[in-house]
Design a protein around this ligand. Structure first.
Ligand SMILES: CC(C)(COP(=O)(O)OP(=O)(O)OC[C@H]1O[C@@H](n2cnc3c(N)ncnc32)[C@H](O)[C@@H]1OP(=O)(O)O)[C@@H](O)C(=O)NCCC(=O)NCCSC(=O)CC(=O)O
Length: 484
């Protein structure tokens, strides 16, 4: 695995001072900082930089890569995708005197909000399992999470890319695709990026530049996250043939999609509350926690059988209605009590610990958030002397709109060598803290913003085409180059 994050950094404590938000709350709920892309980069440059790092760090033979799968929701081009990344990587490999990527390379792009990278990973795994004939695949997840200034999502921004090598003989962890659980359900306006918003006059006037701010509703997106990850975990447990409690007690490491620090904790508490409700009753821990929360145990048990139709409910409320109502009010209330319980705190301290603190530096990386957390987990395990050989791990991916994947992983016995090459901490080291003025100017797309972070050892946008003639057109097409 390899990671790239842009140099411009916004420390959230400073952001709280600029915006009047509570640092106590933000550091508990969100994290410590996030990155902003510099004006010379986009999702493709970040992806290409991460892929080049992967090839160099692991000394890969580019001719042996048969698929380059890009997961992103920050595409700038509605036609080409991973091939743009390939183009950059090829040129730099050639300049370095190395062979280009295989001419037979497949270059698909996968889109489903933050889950696109997991779908890209599943594609690469299937490629390697079925028709790679000994070749390897690279999955790269690259995204820019940006929200309007002044919106509740502003604190949960971020940018970065993670590349992963997928091969038949894995060096870090195995992915048990046969027991992975999938879930999806259409949720209408849950976190969308419709092109049509850019042609709306009022919306257009509010925007200072071309941007990709989502249309989202914080509470609705939280309900959707909890429900969908729960459904995917259920599907995985059915395939594994184990109970909810066996899953929680047997897991040695749990990694989720993390839009912000607290979201995975909320999801795990929700899954934990359901596990207790589904355990043979009476269950003493369940009864005690329900008592503390003032919720009816029978009510929670009943709710756990629900398969709510969030969008159906929303449609029933009619046009102009606010977002859908909380579908699991009792279980959510119980999860709040679960989160503070000693048993759950112990679970966090032992099985959700690896990489968590480092991931709090990143902000939301959308498709790259889950793989970045896994990368942080492996590198931190190595640093702290934690033994992961054969450890049972789980990755729970999520993408708004909505879909989720719950996938069992197993660390391989010789994971240390590959973990030592990830370079997570090294990638974070290149950082330049932005002043309030720089952050606001960068966010507003001002062209004259002065930044003290020239590109270094990365790809950048060199220029953007502007010709729109009958015989030749490259209007809006970016040209890239590598800056050593
Ligand atoms: C993180 C946010 C929800 C925070 O918004 P708000 O500040 O309005 O939230 P809120 O007031 O309800 O508070 C959130 C939780 O913090 C708790 N809280 C408050 N003060 C606290 C303190 N001092 N210490 C600890 N916790 C505290 C509250 O009790 C609540 O928990 P409790 O609720 O338990 O009482 C927001 O930034 C947001 O809407 N972000 C964007 C939405 C998003 O990322 N959605 C995920 C989409 S998935 C994605 O990544 C996109 C994709 O798929 O493409």
């Amino acid at each position: 695995m390899s990671l790239y994050v842009p140099q411009p950094r916004v420390p959230l404590q400073a952001w709280c001072e600029w915006t009047g938000n509570s640092w106590d709350k933000v550091q508990a709920v969100v994290g410590r900082s996030f990155r902003r892309p510099a004006p010379y980069e986009d999702a493709y440059t970040m992806a290409a930089t991460a892929v080049l790092r992967l090839i160099r760090q692991y000394n890969l033979d580019p001719r042996n890569i048969g698929q380059l799968a890009l997961g992103t929701e920050s595409s700038k081009d509605n036609s080409a995708g991973a091939v743009i990344v390939r183009g950059m990587v090829d040129r730099e490999l050639q300049r370095m005197g190395l062979p280009r990527l295989s001419r037979q390379l497949e270059v698909p792009e996968f889109k489903h909000a933050c889950l696109g990278g997991v779908y890209a990973l599943k594609s690469a795994l299937r490629y390697v399992a079925f028709d790679a004939k000994g070749k390897q695949a690279i999955v790269v997840c690259s995204d820019i999470a940006e929200y309007e200034r002044g919106s509740s999502g502003e604190q949960t921004q971020g940018a970065g890319a993670v590349a992963m090598l997928v091969e038949a003989d894995p060096k870090l962890f195995e992915v048990d695709l046969a027991h992975a659980g999938s879930a999806s359900d259409y949720r209408g306006p849950d976190f969308r990026k419709p092109f049509a918003r850019h042609f709306d006059q009022d919306y257009g006037q509010r925007s200072k530049r071309a941007h990709d701010f989502p249309v989202f509703s914080g509470k609705y997106s939280t309900f959707a996250y909890l429900d969908e990850t729960g459904q995917a975990v259920d599907a995985m447990l059915e395939r594994l043939g184990i109970s909810d409690l066996d899953f929680i007690n047997g897991a040695e490491g749990l990694f989720f999609h993390r839009p912000y620090h607290m979201m995975p904790l909320q999801a795990l508490a929700f899954i934990y509350a359901r596990a207790l409700a589904r355990a043979p009753q009476p269950n003493a821990e369940f009864q005690a926690l329900c008592g503390q929360g003032g919720v009816s145990p029978e009510g929670v048990v009943e709710e756990c059988r629900n398969k709510p139709d969030l969008f159906g409910e929303f449609v029933r409320l009619g046009a102009g209605a606010d977002a859908a109502q909380e579908p699991h009010p009792l279980t959510t209330k119980l999860s709040g009590v679960v989160r503070k319980s000693p048993a759950f705190q112990q679970l966090l301290a032992t099985r959700v610990k690896l990489g968590t603190d480092w991931a709090m530096e990143l902000g939301n990386l959308y498709t790259a958030a889950l793989p970045a957390w896994i990368a942080a987990g492996f590198e931190q395990a190595l640093e702290n002397g934690v033994e992961l050989a054969n450890a049972k791990l789980y990755a729970i991916g999520y993408g708004s709109g909505d879909a989720s994947e719950a996938i069992p992983l197993k660390a391989v016995p010789h994971w240390r060598e590959a973990a030592g090459k990830i370079g997570f901490r090294k990638s974070l080291a290149a950082a330049t803290d932005l002043s309030q003025q720089q952050y606001e100017d960068l966010h507003d797309g001002k062209h004259d913003v002065v930044l003290d972070c020239p590109p270094s050892d990365q790809f950048k946008i060199a220029r953007t085409g502007s010709t729109y003639e009958a015989s030749f057109q490259d209007l809006g097409v970016d040209y890239y180059e590598f800056v050593p």
